[in-house]
Write a protein that binds this ligand. Structure first.
Ligand SMILES: Cc1cc2nc3c(=O)[nH]c(=O)nc-3n(C[C@H](O)[C@H](O)[C@H](O)COP(=O)(O)OP(=O)(O)OC[C@H]3O[C@@H](n4cnc5c(N)ncnc54)[C@H](O)[C@@H]3O)c2cc1C
Length: 328
């Protein structure tokens, strides 16, 4: 008998729960309501003594039970030990759906779990639903983003990874502390193939900036060269925005990959996204179309970006941006 939705609660190196967990918890409530009588539970693998703190953090997320595997050996993420702990718990509690954030860690552990459990995994989803048969319908871009495919999983648990920022985080008024259920971890037979020798924290980069930015000014091929991106940065600084880019701009060497928005870049949901010289290919818009407001500046009035923009400025970015900088 398989029951419930289980969400992998990723613990970051600073001992926070990754924000994608709260986004998945929110979506899971909706899925659970469609399934009827379904609990949403969390799986937490961490070093000792943090479960109570995390219970506080989960209080608004509608989580019923937190299955906790704790051990000092879980202070650092290792694929083999984390996957083994997860598989043992899943085999015991048999959830019907398992959701994991498509973070670096999530992308590493999810295929391990699905292989060990002989079940399917729909990776990097942009949508989740329950179909008329009560199955998880996981949607993700395919054929280079030209098509959206909705994928069903034949086996249990039905697994999906979802990128951060695709769903809104939980804002559940129903403040109810979850039950904590400790699980013993059997480390027998775990072959540790790698060892962390040192950890170098990346300095504040565009990754973090894009993640938390309320305003993003993004540039594409239309920004033409480094001078164009300097202009973009000047405008972004004026209005307190982070700078993003299309893949073409990255390929032209005008921006780093960390700044890329889209299918093979980041998914962002700022309050305001200003697309400058970006045509609006689906592979780009998939990463920014959930922004609260979108402004597009493009000299081609027929550019697809205008189809999703709330406001459009048809004209040359090299004329419009200096005017905007002056005005601000
Ligand atoms: C598997 C796959 C994954 C991909 N992943 C991504 C991804 O993650 N992110 C991404 O962005 N793309 C991605 N792409 C590429 C995507 O298909 C597009 O090629 C890309 O988004 C186009 O970038 P662009 O809009 O900057 O360039 P273009 O499509 O060339 O558009 C440039 C725009 O600038 C306008 N313009 C030119 N000069 C000016 C000017 N002076 N003033 C105003 N406007 C001007 C033009 O009218 C045009 O609309 C992916 C493609 C594939 C196949």
């Amino acid at each position: 008998m398989t029951k419930g939705i289980l969400i992998y609660a990723e613990v970051t190196r600073d001992n926070y729960i990754h924000t994608v967990f709260f986004e998945l918890a929110n979506k899971a409530q909706e899925l659970a309501a469609k399934l009827g009588e379904t609990e949403v539970n969390a799986l937490l693998i961490s070093k000792k003594g943090l479960a109570e703190d995390y219970r506080e953090a989960f209080i608004n997320s509608g989580i019923s039970k937190i299955y906790v595997c704790e051990d000092e050996r879980f202070e650092t993420y290792y694929t083999e030990s984390f996957a083994k702990a997860a598989v043992d718990v899943i085999n015991e509690i048999k959830p019907e759906i398992l959701l994991i954030g498509a973070t670096n860690q999530g992308r590493d552990i999810a295929p391990r779990i699905s292989t060990a459990l002989h079940t399917g995994l729909t990776a990097d989803c942009t949508g989740l639903d329950i179909n008329e048969k009560g199955q998880l319908a996981a949607t993700r871009p395919t054929f280079g983003g030209q098509l959206m495919a909705t994928i069903l999983c034949k086996n249990m648990p039905q697994m999906a990874t979802v990128r951060p920022k695709v769903f809104k985080p939980a804002e559940n008024d129903n403040i109810k502390p979850a039950d904590i259920i400790y699980k013993t971890v059997n480390f027998d037979g775990i072959e540790k193939k790698v060892q962390l020798l040192e950890f170098h924290k990346k300095l504040m980069t565009e990754i973090n900036e894009l993640d938390s930015a309320e305003i993003i000014v993004a540039g594409g091929r239309g920004m033409k060269n480094t001078e164009g991106f300097k202009l973009l940065k000047e405008f972004a600084d004026k209005i307190g925005a982070a700078v993003g880019a299309s893949r073409v701009a990255v390929e032209m060497g005008l921006a780093t990959h960390e700044m890329q928005v889209g299918q093979t870049g980041k998914t962002v949901t700022p309050k305001l996204y200003i697309a400058c010289g970006i045509s609006g290919a689906i592979q780009h818009t998939i990463g920014m179309d959930k922004s609260e407001k979108i402004i597009a500046i493009n000299k081609d009035a027929k550019a697809p970006i205008f189809e999703i923009a709330d406001y459009g400025l048809v004209g040359d970015v090299f004329e419009i941006l200096p005017q905007l900088i002056k005005q601000f």
